[in-house]
Ligand binder design. Structure first.
Ligand SMILES: C[S@@+](CC[C@H](N)C(=O)[O-])C[C@H]1O[C@@H](n2cnc3c(N)ncnc32)[C@H](O)[C@@H]1O
Length: 213
């Protein structure tokens, strides 16, 4: 692994990862970025999404809910959830480099490497809530079908939605399909906020809550 390949500034690193042209290349770039990720976006001032998503989780979930953090990365969402009192946390991500950092934080019961572009081994209805932050333009939209399958009826998906990629990457279409099949419905859409105010001030995000039926 050649860390010299990493761009020099944090803004350039964010851009470099987002612009990877294939799934494989993006994973490789996350592996390379992993050790610097928290230094670049790990503070509240730099990246609000884990904290905003955790506020929503605190409003709608019991503290003993089993929560799967999809695209968990280095575990920033798990850290925020743990600080808020949640303790049954599972991390999944396809980058081993990112998960290595997450493991060291010891906030997850389980840390599992898994590519969410494929079906997972989680049982139907075995999870109370999937939470996913910073993933809209990256994880394939088929992952939403998988979330609807593994979350129990009455459970939730908390999704930090970036509106343009939500449509461009096909999530809006998959959501319509799942709504028409009566599997999922959008319960609320939070206010829009700057997700990376210091590095990418033009990127906005909304926290959506979906109910699984
Ligand atoms: C911007 S990071 C967000 C990490 C963390 N959720 C956070 O908010 O800090 C996006 C994460 O999604 C993961 N990811 C992207 N595509 C994925 C896929 N197909 N399967 C699993 N993880 C994926 C990346 O490895 C990366 O860790």
């Amino acid at each position: 692994m050649d860390r010299n390949e990493l761009p020099d500034t944090k803004s350039a690193r964010v851009d470099w990862v987002i612009r990877a042209e294939t799934n494989q290349e993006m994973r490789r770039r996350y592996d390379l970025w992993a050790q610097d990720y928290d230094g670049d976006v790990g503070s509240y001032e730099d990246y609000l999404v884990p904290y905003e998503a955790t506020k929503v989780a605190t409003r709608i979930l019991e503290k003993d809910a089993l929560i799967l953090d999809a695209g968990a990365g280095t575990g920033l969402v798990g850290q925020a959830l743990k600080e808020a009192g949640f303790h049954r946390l599972i991390a999944v991500d396809y980058s081993e480099g990112m998960l290595d950092v997450a493991r060291k934080k010891q906030v997850y019961e389980t840390v599992r490497q898994c590519d969410l572009s494929r079906p997972t081994s989680f049982e139907n209805g075995s999870i109370d809530c999937v939470i996913t932050c910073g993933t809209t333009s990256q994880m394939p939209c088929a992952s939403l079908r998988e979330f609807a399958r593994i979350v129990r009826p009455g459970g939730h998906v908390i999704f930090a939605v970036v509106p343009d990629p939500w449509v461009e990457c096909g999530y809006a279409e998959v959501l319509s399909e799942l709504e028409a099949a009566g599997k999922i419905s959008v319960k609320c859409r939070g206010d829009s906020f700057q997700m990376l105010p210091t590095t990418e001030p033009e990127f906005f995000c909304e926290i959506w809550v979906m109910d699984v039926h």
